[in-house]
Ligand binder design. Structure first.
Ligand code: ADP
Length: 454
């Protein structure tokens, strides 16, 4: 993988003129990279210590609105500044942009210089530290699914997002023929991300026309979340460079399969897989059973962090591979949680509930918190389910829409204890706002249905 990966090599590349721009970024509530483009000389001389941003960036929505109701910031409080503190261990090249490097920042309070607790990276770091105190490290992988379209994003926007045509004409699941036709987009995505230091495994066609998946090798949880955010951003930029729109909306058409982001999880002590115990059923250690029992028990509480928008819930439907039940199974894709690689060093649990719109920091933090709770309380794991889980009437449902996920989040004493009241209140407000905005909208469906006939 190419340099620069550390501050000294960045300085050398700035001195030699190879790098002239540094993207100084952090991840917002929606999982997007936001920040500033620095002249590289300024960055290596002074701004590597800190820069500043308006604190509404962690209290806004996809439209950059200024919703009321957040305790952390508001018009009354004057929307002050946060400190963006570059984490120099995240320096990496951005090979798809000329002369450019990138660094991710942590967000600190302007006055106290303490971490802002509702910043997604801080939320994940807190759960990683809790797990470390128990003696474990989490390794995770998040799959990225998305759709590519024939036209550019600007053409689609100007056309009112109508008549969307995916880049391929048929279901391209594992298709080599169709994905060859898309190599002008996917090959630079794989190669540029690899050169940026992301351990790219593969891309593949997915089970719908125009649908793709990118897999990145599992890594410590914080790295995994950083990789996900950078990869999602790169996929959008490289698709744009190649003249095609891409969407991570979980459900862009009612008759098309949705896009997910499955999260693979395992705990380790050094290089030893703490989820493996070959002497027990499925080769699962007791620790893994407790962790999975926590994941399953608290799934309704944290569904919001796997499905944060109104649209996210349109993906959950019978017979679509998108699960709706909080049960586990062995290598069965209809359950919310799937045991993978049983009895081997690669033993892990895959959560299949999350959509392609999840914020990986929040999703991983919430699931770590649930797993930790399972371990701390020694929760027992129910037997695996078999067969078609969609038809299993006894299994618990996850919330079926944003309203009920919001209420589950608001009322979750487990999440309040693990993440803190301020964090839960902050994201509950984000969820409420999303619903309020949707409730104000008049949709195409209502017009078409009722315009003449109501
Ligand atoms: P599948 O073919 O079922 O999608 P893969 O072998 O492609 O499974 O693995 C899916 C993801 O799981 C990959 O990103 C991989 O790096 C990750 N993974 C493999 N082993 C582990 C592990 N022990 N913990 C977490 N993730 C893992």
């Amino acid at each position: 993988m190419t340099k620069p990966r550390d501050f000294d090599s960045l300085k050398q590349m700035v001195a030699s003129g190879d790098i002239d721009t540094v993207l100084v970024c952090f991840v917002d509530m929606q999982g997007r990279l936001v920040g500033k483009r620095f002249h590289a000389v300024n960055f290596v001389e002074t701004s590597f210590k800190e820069t500043h941003c308006c604190n509404y960036l962690l209290a806004t929505d996809l439209e950059m609105a200024t919703p009321p109701g957040y305790a952390s910031t508001s018009w009354e409080k004057g929307y002050g500044d946060y400190i963006m503190a570059p984490d120099l261990s995240t320096i990496r090249p951005v090979p798809w942009l000329e002369g450019t490097a990138m660094v991710l920042c942590d967000i600190l309070d302007h006055h106290t210089h303490e971490p802002v607790i509702h910043a997604p990276r801080a939320i994940l770091k807190k759960q990683i530290a809790r797990l470390a105190a128990l003696g474990f490290e989490a390794k995770m992988a998040t799959e990225l699914e998305f759709f590519l379209f024939e036209k550019t994003m600007d053409e689609i926007r100007k056309g009112g997002f109508s008549n969307l045509e995916p880049i391929s004409g048929y279901n391209e699941d594992y298709s080599i023929l169709q994905t060859t036709k898309e190599e002008s987009i996917l090959r630079p995505i794989r190669n540029h991300l690899f050169a940026a230091g992301l351990p790219i495994e593969n891309s593949k066609g997915e089970a719908e026309a125009g649908q793709e998946e990118l897999n990145i090798r599992y890594a410590p949880a914080l790295d995994c979340a950083d990789y996900h955010s950078i990869a999602k951003h790169a996929i959008k930029e490289i698709s744009w460079q190649q003249g095609h729109a891409v969407t991570f909306l979980p459900k862009w058409h009612k008759d098309r399969v949705g896009s997910s982001s499955h999260v693979h999880q395992s705990l380790w002590v050094g290089d030893e897989p703490a989820f493996l115990d070959a002497s027990r059923p499925h080769g699962m250690s007791e620790l893994m059973e407790h962790y999975m029992a926590g994941l399953i028990k608290y799934a309704p509480d944290y569904t919001y962090f796997l499905a944060p928008y109104v649209n996210s819930y349109k993906r959950f439907a019978k017979g679509t591979f998108a699960p709706t039940k909080t049960v586990w199974s062995v290598d069965n894709r209809t359950a919310g949680f799937r045991l993978c690689a049983e009895g081997t060093k690669g033993i892990r649990v895959e959560c299949r509930i999350g959509g392609s719109d999840l914020n990986p920091y929040l999703a991983q933090a919430a699931m770590l918190a649930a797993g930790i709770k399972g371990i701390e309380d020694g929760l027992a794991l129910a037997p695996a389910t078999t067969g078609d889980v969609y038809e299993d009437a006894k299994a618990t449902d996850i919330p079926q829409n944003l309203r009920s996920a919001t209420e589950a989040l608001r009322g979750s004493s487990f999440l309040r204890a693990a993440l803190g009241d301020d964090v839960v209140d902050h994201y509950t407000r984000a969820a409420e706002w999303e619903q309020e905005e949707f409730d104000r909208a008049v949709t195409d469906w209502e017009i078409a249905r009722g315009f003449e006939r109501a």
